[in-house]
Design a binder for this molecule. Sequence first.
Ligand SMILES: [Fe+2]
Length: 442
Amino acid sequence: MTIQQEIEVQEEVFDPKIHLAYEAPKTRLTLSDLKIQGSATSTPIAATSPFPILSHEGILAYRRALFRRDVLHKCAFPAFPGTLILRNAAEHSTFIEDFWTHPETLRLVSDAAGVPLSIVMRTEIGHTNIQTSGRSLNEMIDSLSVEPDTTKIQLSDEEKAYDPLRSNSIIPWHYDSYPYVCVLMLSDTDGMVGGETYIKTGEGVPAKVEGPAIGHGVLLQGGEVQHLAARALGVKERISTITSYCAEVPGLYDSSFITNIRPYTDIKVLYKQWTSYRLEKMRYEIDRLQSEISQSPGGLDISAVETFVEDQINYLKRTSRQLIPLEQYDKLLEKFGKGELYNVSELWERAEKLPYFSECAISAHQWNWMPDSPLWYDLAHTQVEIRAGKELESQKGRFRWQKDRQFLMGDELLRQGLPELFLSWLDATGLYSMLVKMRTSL
Ligand SMILES: [Fe+2]
């Protein structure tokens, strides 16, 4: 190993006194400021203004840790030409793990969010999006250096007039997979246009949250508020690193899904960490109720037990439904391709307009599509909730069923954030092959 390579693989030891530079956010937008009605799983603060997290030394140390060849080669994959994504960096970088899991860092993100937060899973520490030059993985890796690249890119007139609410946003309106995210900026944003987040308010008007400058972060309750990320233009390099959290609040269950994570992660790692994190919360709630019961001087509060049981059942169901068996998962991805997972809403809308839609849709029933699956009980339960006029939880936010037609298994699979199984079911109805034929004949 050359001296150069030896220097290259070293990273600093995280020291909050050197690497942190926290100042509390100047503004915290609440759900009520945004006229958004809170849910059973939400807490009051929706988003913060950008606030300092890392010192200059901290920024360089983080970048040095991230850009070690070992970390890049094990964690980075190209999402598009010019865009790299890094996952599971804490597994390969002690600095990154120590920074995000240090009590001081947890304290500052909790302070910003107004509630105590804990990291959902190790694999969700420091998810990093890198916008840089180069097309192939190696070209992109070679373009990165510890010192932030401050090269500006001349904007065209069209780019100067870019309006994320009218044009294509980098990530269109969505809810995050987990309740809270801390987005930390590792690049120089001087001269950058865009890069902000918009939240859909209760009145439907978008509210803007400024994007963070270098070393700054924003805290967003992204699992509870619908938001979009505006494209960032005018800079050559843009690197943001993101960690996801849930609230450590007694009795507050979180609304996480791993729908968007499954396709681009090592699901063997994800499934174990997901199950373990969900069980941890259940254990905490069981211990809490047991302690309340033993310390209560009076009789048992039966309604409290009922609420506890309902919450636990729903939480457990969500935990297991997200775990599509590995063998089935691989077969489904091989058959339909990853890209199709992102088209499911559009496919379903197009399918609804096909002649014989209803006849086809009911042809894939409990006797010929996954007959032993508990999803059939879930469908029946959701149909009962709809008849009772209840609001439904879904991977894409809460909604009321307002269509004239019956709520079908396709709707239930999308509600539960299971696009892989949706494609399987749509295929069993015969509708998928019709849609593919129409697509290929265009
Ligand atoms: Fe998001």
